[in-house]
Structures are given as C-alpha cells and as structure tokens.
Ligand binder design. Structure first.
Ligand SMILES: [Zn+2]
Length: 318
C-alpha cells in the first residue's frame, strides 16, 4: 500500500484533503511560514536575544529584551496583504495543482475573494515563479526549439506564421538523448528574427548545446551563443518537420495552447510572458508535484514583496 501511495503522490500531487490538513487553517499556515523563514528559531537582529513573545495578532513577534518587533510576513510576497495566510496558501495550491493554470475568476470563486483580489494574488505568485525559473541553469545538451503563436485561431483570419494580432513565442525544451523532455523555457519574442533568437539563446542556452530546429531562417542565430545547430529540413514543408524530433516540443506547445484557450480564452500580449513562465514552472516541476505547494510557498516566503504598482508595471513591459 505504501508504495502505491508513494506513486500516487509523486504523480498526482497533494490531494485537497492532504492540503487542508497542513495548510487549511490560519494557525497551520502561520506555523508553516514560521518554519520556512526561521527554522532555527528567532534571533533578534537588533540585540541578538533569542526570547520573543507573540503579540495578539500572532503575526508579530516582539523581542523580550529590546522590544524590537518582527513581522511574520514582512519582507515576503505576503507583506502588507490583508488576506489571511490560508487564502494565500489556497492560491498556491490551486495555481500549482492545475496543469494549465487557473483563471482569476475561477481562483476568486474557489478562494471566496473578488476577482481583482485573486488577479493580484495570482500575479504576485507568478512573479515568484518567474523569479525561481530565472535562477535555474541554462538549458543544455540536446535542445529542441520551435516557434508558435499564441492568441488562438481566428475564423477567417490568417493562419500560421506571421498571423496578425498573435503573440509570437519560442519554446525550447532540453531533452534526454532519448528525446524525452527534461526542462522547458517559453519566451515571448518580438518576432522570429535572428536578433531575437540570438538574445534568447545567449540568455537561455548553455554554450555547446545541440539545438535541433526546423528550417526557419532565424534559428541558425543560436550559433552566436556558442550552440551547435541541427536544422531538420525535410523538404516537404511544415508538416514534415512535425516528425519525431519535434514530438515533445509540439506536444508541449499543443498543451499550452489548449490550456490557454480553455482557461484564459484570451491572453493579452502584455501578460503572455507571465502565463508562459508559470506554465514552464509547473512543467519543470511535474515530477515533484507532492512538494510543489511547499516549494512555491517557500519561494514566496523568500521573495521580496511585489507591490501592486510593480506587478502592473512589469505586466505592461511584457
Ligand atoms: Zn532584541
């Protein structure tokens, strides 16, 4: 039974009941956050004393010697929020457990808060995800790279590359030599141009990577980042290029498009990068689903506050 349970957990993540057990109450969340921040217990940054008392709110601790106060949420993503921690942890749960993410309308409904509140919580947590992703090493070894557009097919509209009103994105997947996906990066680009590909490759791909792509003319620019390029030109157009070398990158792109179409209906260009990064965050932790709630909560406890104006400014910047 234990083995089955272990397997189920690693594949299926935290059940709602398990989540409620650990993070369902305000008290449980406070305890969890305290552990994440101050595992070794509190030491006064002012006088070095280790004796503290909990103030009424139980979110503030006061040094018994010099009376300096420490707040449980100060300096974290939860800072200055009027929401209970249990609501934040609930948001972390919902954002990490659904494969395609969750719309702020649905998140608001599940948390019992207004959509605007859910939107802000979600965007703050997505920034935390982006922060974690940015710390990961560059993709290396065998990397499949492909282009796509977000924004859905418009009836009667232009299809395929160059379609107007869509957001161009690049998907890069590090695979095993057997072509199974390891890690994913998704990036909004200004267009499928050499300059853009060079910039992306220098940021995301380790020198010496073997980059497999189709024959689109921008991809050879990965060589500027010290990568080797293997174009898979099959001679009979786009469909032929969808053959085995691109199975994973295409499956992934297909999943993203389905998720975005199903969950968000429409993602504006200015928020596309946030959504893509949160998708990659979940994808890259798909074998750690039982710890992903704890991991994102830990990250939020160790990410500086993300004030509303910054969330907005960044979203507009792309
Ligand atoms: Zn003190």
């Amino acid at each position: 039974m234990a083995a089955t349970e272990g397997l189920r957990r690693s594949l299926g993540g935290l059940s709602e009941a398990e989540f409620r057990d650990r993070f369902g109450s305000e008290e449980g969340c406070r305890k969890a956050l305290f552990e994440m921040r101050w595992r070794e217990g509190l030491t006064c940054p002012n006088c070095g004393h280790r004796g503290f008392c909990e103030l009424k709110t139980r979110k503030v601790f006061q040094c018994n010697r010099c009376k300096k106060q420490l707040s449980l949420t100060a300096g974290t993503v939860f800072q200055d929020s009027k929401l209970p921690l249990a609501t934040w942890f609930g948001a972390i749960y919902h954002l990490t457990q659904s494969k395609g993410g969750i719309s702020s309308i649905e998140l608001g409904r599940r948390l019992g808060v207004k959509q605007a509140t859910a939107w802000l919580v979600k965007h703050k947590l997505m920034r935390t995800m982006a922060d974690r992703e940015a710390r990961k090493p560059k993709l290396q070894g065998r990397v499949e790279i492909d282009d796509a557009y977000l924004g859905g097919e418009r009836a009667g509209g232009k299809r395929g590359r160059g379609a107007a009103g869509k957001t161009p994105i690049v998907a890069a997947v590090e695979t095993t030599p057997e072509r199974k996906p390891r890690r994913l990066r998704l990036t909004v680009v200004k267009g499928f141009r050499k300059k853009e590909v060079e910039k992306l490759a220098k940021r995301d791909l380790a020198p010496g990577s073997n980059v497999v792509s189709d024959g689109l003319s921008c991809w050879p620019a990965v060589a500027k980042a010290g990568c080797r390029h293997f174009p898979m030109v099959t001679g009979s157009g786009r469909q032929a290029a969808r053959w085995v070398p691109f199975r994973w990158v295409n499956t992934t792109l297909g999943n993203i498009k389905t998720a975005i179409a199903g969950t968000y209906h429409h993602v504006s260009a200015k928020h596309a990068q946030s959504y893509l990064t949160s998708f990659a965050y979940r994808f890259n932790r798909r074998f750690q689903l039982d710890s992903i709630v704890q991991r994102l909560a830990w990250a939020a406890a160790h990410t500086v506050p993300q004030p509303y104006r910054i969330v907005i400014a960044d979203a507009s910047a792309g």
